[in-house]
Design a protein around this ligand. Sequence first.
Ligand code: FAD
Length: 451
Amino acid sequence: MNGNLMIKSIVENDMCIGCGMCAAQCKSDAIKMKMNKFGFYTANVDDSYAINEDIINVCPFNPNPNDKLKTENEIAKIFLNQANKQHIKIGRYINTYAGYSNKNRLTSSSGGIATYTLTELMRRGDIQHVISVKAGSNSVHYKYTVSSSVDELASAAKTRYYPVTLADALKIAMKLDGKIAIVGVACFIKAIRLAQVHDPIFNDKIGFLIGIICGGVKSAFFSEYLSSKSGVSAYEFAQPEFRIKDISSTASDYSYGCLDKDKNQRTIKMRSVGDMWGTGLFKANACDYCDDVTTELADLSLGDAWLEPYIKDGRGTNVIVSRSLLADEIIKTGIKNGDLVIDELSEQQFLSSQQGSFNHRHDGLGFRIKSGKTISSIIPEKRFDDVKLTPLPKIVQILRMRTREKSLISWLNTKNAKAFDSEMELSLFFLRFFTKINHYQRAVIRRIKGF
Ligand SMILES: Cc1cc2nc3c(=O)[nH]c(=O)nc-3n(C[C@H](O)[C@H](O)[C@H](O)COP(=O)(O)OP(=O)(O)OC[C@H]3O[C@@H](n4cnc5c(N)ncnc54)[C@H](O)[C@@H]3O)c2cc1C
């Protein structure tokens, strides 16, 4: 199959995550990243060019990867050989921590370790440019942007649950002198590692990767829906803010906010909207076939410390996995000079901070593959696909897949939170009902087994 057909087949089967690595690596303008009608970036191929089939080698969802690059395990062996520990679910690593940056915590999503680390890398001269996510023009809201100074970096803090693509920023950064650090979710980090394997110039330029632990990439519909929920039309909102902290409450009690057409900020507490993550609402299909919960291929992986006692603190705390010596040194130096407040975490504590994601992404993976929702020939080889589910979790998986798909179609048709909620009511009711009894069943089994 030629490159044109390969890319088209990944896009048509909803397995393109929009990272844009194929467009960035393509020497011509034959591949352009465009947002599709469901609010996701996908690769658009211009058939007047013949795209070399090798282009598929940088796709994180390439269904037929080379044996030496089959899964995250093989790729980690190439890049993370300084890591002295290994765990089947965490990957190769040096240390696991929880903590925050004194300076960056309040202006960041969790503990501000991402912004702190990027600033330190730049200040120390380890890297000269950062590719991270900043505000874009009005209709784009957020996009990957190159920062080449510490001052420019400041506006790139905070998590944006909004589709972004790397292609344009990568093309710009590759023309600059000096090393680059990139922040990305697991599939984007995998695409970068694959490009490093296949392109020595690219390998030379990349100095550091920060992995954002990700529970699923959201469509642009997510912010349209939340804006509508907060009382602003889906067509008229600006500057969506996904993680407005309530420092007098718990870490998970954050709000969404946006500006209305008169530039007044409207906010809504996320807990009043209901579960946006476990239900799979507005999530990309490809995320259901990703088994990398902890961004196993980054130098430093960062997430939210969804565990006691950190979850009680509304100012936010990161979980941290260091995987390269440079990453670990930055954390240890920060602790020593008082910039960072950090505890060491056990493997078990770290794992429990992402338990929900492991349950869905690992335990449900084999069933989702077998369900045939996505044709198996387009799904790359996966780890963790041999877990056998009992009937109840199988029902939850089926309902989640349906809810995810229905949410995208419903929002496309309604573009209004009230109408959407009414269309989704029954699906969400059954999903919540079966999820609840599934949790109850799991708790009973745990009690019987004594753990
Ligand atoms: C789509 C998504 C899903 C997530 N799901 C989970 C989860 O399930 N569990 C969990 O523990 N944590 C999750 N997170 C991560 C968490 O929200 C924080 O981003 C992370 O803890 C880093 O916090 P920080 O305070 O160190 O980052 P900050 O200092 O606030 O910096 C955030 C960095 O991330 C970059 N960034 C923002 N948006 C994006 C984006 N869309 N893609 C790539 N980079 C971006 C920013 O440019 C900045 O460099 C998710 C993040 C995203 C973007």
